[in-house]
Design a protein around this ligand. Structure first.
Ligand code: SF4
Length: 205
């Protein structure tokens, strides 16, 4: 079921609606594949972490920005209108514009977050030889990794090692992002424009 049904309906018959449907399908594929990885590996981010949102601002493809904008308009219209006016009420200059220390997930746009925030730490990449490899997230505390059974370290693990340790491998980031645009723009520069664009199209439609 879509997370943005009202916005999709308001955009009926537009190219924006088509892009949103496609990006939502890609996000659902990530969810499905990560579910398998999490269930089998039992390897989750440390509770309440959020360090990957510090000193970081996502670069967005147009499709991701459209989804973020649509998700905000559907779930948090007041915040969406504020962002359309280039105001980011959560921004503290130390974290991403949507980091909220008071929310349990630390992200005030969690359901609309972009690819990087969905895949970081819970996906593998292809090595030069084409093998799927994985590294624990660099923010994962070394002491907690050492307590894992068997103990883990901040290093790259081969597919064979991952199968021995977890009985599975994480989703392949490259495969999940294949067919997406290469061009990206900083969140602060693209999202306000995209929300204004969505509001314009919705008004015209
Ligand atoms: S969009 Fe959400 S998860 Fe991604 S960096 Fe910003 S606060 Fe963190």
């Amino acid at each position: 079921m879509s997370e943005i049904p009202t916005i999709l309906k308001k955009l009926e018959g537009t190219s924006e609606q088509q892009i949103l449907v496609e990006i939502e399908a890609a996000y659902e594929r990530i969810d499905q594949e990560q579910k398998g990885w999490y269930e089998k590996s039992d390897f989750l981010c440390p509770q309440g972490c959020g360090d990957c949102c510090a000193h970081f601002e996502p670069d967005l493809m147009v499709s991701e920005a459209l989804y973020m904008g649509a998700w905000l308009l559907e779930h948090q219209p007041v915040l969406a209108h504020s962002v359309a006016e280039e105001k980011f009420p959560f921004y503290d200059k130390e974290h991403c514009q949507f980091f909220n220390p008071d929310s349990s997930l630390h992200c005030s746009i969690y359901g609309g977050r972009p690819f990087i925030c969905r895949l970081f730490g819970a996906s593998g990449v292809r090595s030069k030889s084409g093998e799927l490899v994985w590294k624990p997230c660099r923010f994962y505390p070394s002491e907690q990794l050492a307590m894992h059974i068997p103990p883990l370290m901040h290093r790259q693990y081969s597919s064979e090692e991952l199968m021995q340790i977890f009985g599975t491998v994480p989703p392949d980031m490259g495969a999940l992002m294949s067919g997406t645009d290469a061009d990206t723009v900083l969140l602060r520069d693209i999202l306000p424009k995209i929300i204004r664009h969505l509001l314009f199209i919705i008004g015209m439609n």
